[in-house]
Design a protein around this ligand. Structure first.
Ligand SMILES: *[C@@H]1O[C@H](CO)[C@@H](O)[C@H](O)[C@H]1NC(C)=O
Ligand SMILES: *[C@@H]1O[C@H](CO)[C@@H](O)[C@H](O)[C@H]1NC(C)=O
Ligand SMILES: *[C@@H]1O[C@H](CO)[C@@H](O)[C@H](O)[C@H]1NC(C)=O
Ligand SMILES: *[C@@H]1O[C@H](CO)[C@@H](O)[C@H](O)[C@H]1NC(C)=O
Ligand SMILES: *[C@@H]1O[C@H](CO)[C@@H](O)[C@H](O)[C@H]1NC(C)=O
Ligand SMILES: *[C@@H]1O[C@H](CO)[C@@H](O)[C@H](O)[C@H]1NC(C)=O
Length: 389
């Protein structure tokens, strides 16, 4: 009998030592991993899309909080005192529970630091810890780029490093960099770039269609109307029919004239653009002419010197940018006179000589944003680009 008493006592003693060893292991790991929580709401609803990690049963709310802190992925917990249930979630925000929510409370992790990252004074949380957590606090608006539209769950307060937040951009802008939580707890800031070229539509929507689009003048928030074709990598400015033309005559070989006509007007419906990070240039005829013809090109004209041509006018050309959001920076001609009107959106040039070249001085034609003018948005699309995550 004494033997059993003696040995049972020994067994109990060993058990006690073991238990306290296990207990101290747990409390050591809790001590090294700290977290603070703030109270959120319990919503009575049946539709819960959050990710539950585990449900455990604890007799006190405090132990539920500890269980969440112990679990590396846990960012939120729901404790209900009436059935002692402690639900651990992988994401933050409010808790959803269908039916009776009496005695239930929800807590979301605000700050957490892991093991050796934890330099916070024991039992203290907040600013001193923020720099050492391996995660980033949810960025708040206004964001560094005003065109950013957040698409991530904004009820989550803390994101693990390496996470990319989902965002999109306002129309005519597209997302260019990942919004990444860096290892030091700061964010790689998101950037929305303005669409400036038809080829950039590929980054928005890989299968864009032909048509008129609203883009932004480089470096500004000013709209400009452009025309994109699926068959061309160029960006064009669309023109109203019959308003932009060049008058040409037979003083030059008919072979350089469209359809070999001897004289008349040639009308243009688009101007190809060269768009740099700061400027927009018409890019076609004005700088490079493959022939000696003074017409029939954009920004070029020649007087009719052929007595058989029935049009007696001097050579003229006209460029009409009204409705496009663009205007001309006034330029001078090598020969002839250019008149700018309608807020420099309309230019009419008169070239009363059939020999001298009538065109702008090379590299002086520049298109500027036409602030305060009417823009014709008929049949245009404001491109909405795909989100990035
Ligand atoms: C929860 O909502 C249901 C219907 O949506 C309602 O019948 C029930 O009374 C609500 N419970 C509480 C505790 O509000
Ligand atoms: C997250 O941070 C930890 C420690 O600061 C680092 O070891 C880990 O590589 C980081 N992970 C990523 C994806 O940056
Ligand atoms: C997040 O973005 C970074 C940087 O662009 C990238 O290297 C990483 O693969 C992305 N992570 C995920 C999960 O997509
Ligand atoms: C965080 O790291 C990035 C490089 O990944 C660095 O540019 C930035 O200055 C760092 N920020 C802080 C607050 O340490
Ligand atoms: C254009 O006309 C002038 C005189 O009218 C003439 O001298 C010149 O040779 C003509 N040019 C061409 C290419 O025919
Ligand atoms: C706009 O598009 C419709 C349908 O394609 C067309 O009928 C209409 O003429 C267009 N309007 C203008 C001003 O281009």
């Amino acid at each position: 009998m004494a033997f059993w008493v003696k040995h049972t006592a020994l067994f109990v003693a060993i058990l006690f030592v073991l238990q306290s060893y296990v207990r101290s292991e747990i409390s050591r790991s809790i001590d090294q991993r700290k977290a603070s929580y703030s109270k959120s709401s319990v919503v009575n609803n049946t539709d819960d899309t959050s990710r539950v990690l585990e449900t455990v049963y604890t007799s006190r709310k405090m132990d539920c909080s500890r269980a969440c802190t112990e679990k590396a992925d846990c960012e939120r917990y729901l404790y209900c005192s009436h059935d002692s249930s402690c639900k651990l979630y992988q994401d933050g925000g409010d808790c959803v529970r269908s039916g009776d929510t009496t005695g239930c409370s929800c807590y979301t992790q605000t700050i957490r630091c892991e093991d050796s990252d934890c330099t916070c004074p024991s039992g203290q949380y907040g600013e001193g810890c923020e720099a050492t957590i391996s995660g980033c606090i949810t960025p708040a608006s206004p964001y560094s780029d005003e065109h950013v539209i957040p698409e991530f769950d904004q009820s989550v307060r803390l994101w693990r490093n390496g996470t990319n937040l989902t965002y999109s951009c306002s129309p005519s802008y597209y997302p260019t960099v990942d919004w990444t939580c860096k290892a030091n707890g700061t964010w790689q800031e998101p950037v929305c770039k303005a669409l400036r070229k038809c080829t950039e539509l590929n980054q928005c929507n890989p299968v864009y269609s032909e048509g008129k689009y609203v883009f932004k003048y480089p470096g500004t928030d000013h709209d400009m109307i452009v025309q994109c074709f699926t068959t061309s990598g160029w960006t064009y400015v669309p023109l109203s029919p019959y308003t932009t033309f060049s008058y040409y005559s037979t003083n030059y070989s008919a072979s350089c004239h469209p359809k070999q006509y001897t004289c008349g007007y040639r009308y243009f419906t688009v101007i190809p653009l060269l768009i740099t990070s700061t400027n927009v240039y018409p890019w076609g005829d004005p700088f490079f002419s493959m022939t000696d013809c003074d017409g029939p090109s954009l920004y070029r004209a020649g007087k009719n010197c052929d007595p058989e041509c029935e049009i007696p006018e001097p050579g003229i050309f006209q460029i009409d940018l009204r409705g496009t959001g663009l205007k001309h920076k006034p330029f001078t001609l090598v020969y002839g006179q250019a008149v700018f009107s309608d807020n420099e959106q309309l230019v009419t040039a008169s070239c009363d000589d059939c020999i001298k070249v009538c065109r702008p001085v090379a590299f002086t034609v520049l298109l500027l944003p036409a602030y305060g003018t009417d823009i014709d948005y008929t049949n245009t699309t404001r491109p909405v680009c795909l989100s990035r995550s």
